[in-house]
Design a protein around this ligand. Structure first.
Ligand SMILES: [Fe+2]
Length: 360
């Protein structure tokens, strides 16, 4: 049986059925669906429990975790992976006919966006309240964190003294003029970082901070984290802000020997306190199997399931630092005291301030 399943929208509207990837684009899809429906009718037995998962993550090891979940619970997982925003939009357009029971997204800003569009229903369980720290879940139970990542600072020590960076505020110091590289305003990671500063330091200080960091940037804003980390490593930039897992991925050698060698030039600094973001999941509003859906989220948030989910992308588990050797080398960090829900709620204000401050 193929392990990756993809929703066929036209059919899913009426049938809520997912089709094996290999059948997409072929008339076999309809034949397979009809055969499956007949088999169910003929057997007289209730079909096995199954859930649809729409996920903005894309790691092979995630599939192994879903297999483990199925082995434990008997609940089959039909997976559709895609880009976060496309999945949110797809869920919205499918409405009640959507085959998705669980929506997995990355970043507070996207979880908030999906919540605002009514993508989730409230769901609670003792296990989730126990395993997911209160600041890492929605107060209405619409989504729960599954992993944590930190937006930290990478430094080229030939250009900038790593000891000179202790907080995000230090990035606005005039001494870094022409040395700071940043991703553009479209990055939800930076939007959430600015939301974090708004929550911690208020609007006036954040406006001032944006002015300072933008004046330190003297070259085009980057569109993704890895090229930014490379640019710091080669000395094109002296200092930059990226998510922890991009540097860990480079150091692991997954991206090739060249990236691995480059990453070794980097010094990493956790600003104190550090901005922590999450990937998370919720039960979809129109889920027809919310009990099974919540069991999957419980599994992924549990210490055993969560370890695999975090490890797949060199992320931190919900509590502690996990077993990842590279993350251990980064050392400890002190997480800020804000809630992820608060980060989402401040997203619009953050984007408006970035725009006004010339953060391209
Ligand atoms: Fe990312």
């Amino acid at each position: 049986m193929p392990e990756i399943w993809v929703a066929v929208q036209a059919i899913a509207r009426t049938r809520r059925t997912l089709v094996p990837l290999g059948l997409i684009g072929s008339s076999l899809a309809a034949t397979a669906l009809a055969a499956a429906a007949l088999a169910q009718q003929g057997s007289g037995k209730a079909p096995p429990a199954e859930i649809g998962v729409y996920s903005g993550r894309h790691y092979n090891t995630d599939k192994e975790l879903y297999r483990q979940f199925t082995a434990r619970t008997g609940i089959k997982v039909n997976l559709l992976e895609g880009k976060d925003d496309a999945l949110i939009e797809r869920l919205r357009s499918e409405g009640k006919a959507s085959p998705a029971d669980v929506l997995v997204l990355v970043d507070a800003a996207r979880l908030e966006k999906a919540s605002a569009q009514g993508a989730f229903q409230s769901a609670r369980s003792a296990a989730l309240l126990r395993d997911v720290p209160v600041n890492l879940r929605d107060s209405k139970g619409r989504w729960y964190a599954l992993t944590r990542r930190v937006r930290f600072v990478v430094v080229n020590p030939k250009q900038v003294n790593p000891a000179s960076i202790r907080t995000y505020a230090d990035l606005a110091r005039p001494g870094l003029k022409g040395k700071l590289c940043l991703r553009d305003r479209k990055s939800v990671y930076n939007q959430s970082l600015v939301a974090d500063q708004l929550l911690q330091r208020g609007e006036a200080a954040t406006r001032q901070w944006i002015k300072g960091v933008v004046s330190n940037v003297t070259q085009p804003f980057f569109t993704s984290d890895t090229p930014l980390a490379r640019a710091v490593a080669t000395g094109e930039c002296g200092v930059g802000v990226v998510n922890t897992y991009y540097v860990a991925r480079m150091l692991s050698g997954e991206g090739g020997a060249q990236d691995q060698a480059l990453a070794r030039n980097l010094k990493v600094v956790f600003p104190n306190p550090a901005h922590v973001n999450i990937s998370g999941a919720g039960v979809t509003r129109h889920s027809r199997n919310p009990k099974a859906a919540i069991r999957l989220i419980e599994f992924l948030a549990s210490p055993s399931g969560g370890r695999g989910y975090a490890e797949a992308n060199h992320e931190y588990p919900l509590k502690g630092y996990g077993d990842n050797a590279i993350l251990k080398r980064f050392g400890p960090f002190k997480a800020d005291a804000v809630t992820v829900e608060g980060l989402g709620a401040k997203n619009r204000a953050a984007v408006a301030l970035m725009e006004a401050g010339g953060w391209k």
